[in-house]
Design a binder for this molecule. Structure first.
Ligand SMILES: [Zn+2]
Length: 393
């Protein structure tokens, strides 16, 4: 391996060329492992199985034996490209055109992993003898899908092996207009409700002998979206209640449906928990259904993430300082909690965690791309963070 292999653009291309659609790996973890082994990291593959999920391979790589411990967390899996004919270039070709590198996973989040590896390479080449601390990579092959056999199990494994982290950077694409102008210090929670209303089937001409499930469902849905749950607070946007599906599937216009179903997804701030929202949903159901014995409503739910916030502290100060030093401008990062969920939710109970990465522009879209200059900039910022982190030892 030579220096060019550690160029962040070349390394991003090598990663994008692995069509690692969850849970397939297609050599992506090998690319990470080969580079880190070359730098002297001890690499441990962590394949996990679970009755509720497909099998997933993961990687934990670490260097150093004492001192402060910095971790970088990321995922090598990507979402499917969709219709490949819609792409300007084949989604796993990692084609560079002008100032852009195209490919599925280029933004979310292979360029970020590449930048951190390449920053580590630069740091170790410069400071090898003076390096006094521990640096680790927590890399999963399953962030985009179930995330059962990924980061949560890696973190449990580190705990069992008495591996303790001081701080962890998750390389999700968080930046907005400039690299480093936005850091995520928490995330909203997510809960989905699957509602089933059961009424009494009948002829639409004999409505008095039936009980229309669709009418009850629409009333319930209307009630739950009629007023906002909260106004948000300093750290979070208002909670968002979204009706994702309404499913009646009635093929006849002259039959009153017996069953009407809906899915409601709620992205919630730290004013709520999945449990308080479950109670809120049950109360709304009770309002409509408790006096009526002809129609009923049941539901199941999937609470896949609670909201969380990491207070600004040493890690965000380190990031802020490093960003200012590299950009030479006074870019003061915004500390945000918006967007979807991320694996930071599995790390927050183990150490201070914050997310910083490339600009959030095209992830999960056709023609996902990153600007080459953004890769350079992020690589420089990560390098400065590593240097500043260990200079304090
Ligand atoms: Zn991601």
């Amino acid at each position: 391996m030579n220096n060019l292999d550690f160029d962040p653009v070349v390394l991003t291309q090598a990663l994008v060329r692995c069509a690692s659609i969850t849970p397939r790996d297609e050599g992506a973890l090998d690319v990470v492992q080969n580079h880190l082994s070359h730098l002297g990291f001890k690499c441990t593959r962590l394949p996990f199985s679970d009755q509720n999920s497909y099998d997933v391979d993961n990687l934990f790589a670490t260097i150093g034996s004492h001192g402060k411990h910095l971790a970088f967390a990321g995922h090598t899996d990507v979402v499917p490209p969709g219709n490949e004919d819609s792409w300007k270039y084949p989604p796993f070709s990692a084609t560079i055109e002008g100032d852009k590198l195209y490919g599925r996973g280029s933004e979310d989040m292979k360029s970020n992993i590449a930048c951190f590896i390449s920053a580590t390479h630069k740091f170790l080449s410069k400071n090898n003898t003076k390096f006094n601390g521990k640096l680790s990579f927590i890399i999963t092959g399953d962030e985009e899908k179930l995330a059962i056999n990924g980061t949560p199990k890696i973190m449990e494994w580190t705990k069992k092996n008495n591996i303790i982290f001081d701080q962890c950077i998750v390389g999700e694409p968080t930046s907005n207009n400039n690299i480093g102008d936005k850091i995520k210090i928490g995330r909203r929670g997510s809960v989905s409700f699957f509602l089933v209303v059961k009424g009494v089937q009948g002829h639409t001409a004999n409505a008095h002998r039936a009980e229309n499930a669709a009418h009850y469902l629409t009333k319930l849905l209307n009630n739950i979206i009629s007023k906002p749950l909260d106004k948000g607070n300093n750290n979070f946007l208002p909670t968002s209640v979204q009706i994702a599906t309404i499913d009646i599937g009635n093929p006849a216009m002259n039959v009153i449906p017996e069953i009407a179903k809906a899915t409601v997804n709620i992205r919630f701030n730290d004013i709520h928990t999945s449990q308080s929202l479950t109670e809120w949903m049950q109360n709304h159901i009770n309002d409509i259904f408790n006096k009526n014995n002809k129609a009923s409503c049941t539901f199941t739910f999937d609470a896949n993430a609670e909201s969380f916030i990491n207070k600004q502290g040493e890690l965000t100060n380190l990031m802020t300082k490093s960003i200012a030093e590299v950009t030479g401008q006074n870019i003061t990062p915004e500390f945000a909690t918006d967007g979807g969920t991320s694996d930071a939710r599995f790390i927050k109970d183990y150490c201070e965690v914050a997310e910083l990465g490339i600009r959030n522009q095209t992830l999960h879209k056709v023609d996902e791309f990153v600007y080459l200059k953004d890769i350079e900039e992020l690589h420089n910022i990560y390098f400065k963070i590593i240097e500043n982190f260990f200079s304090k030892n």
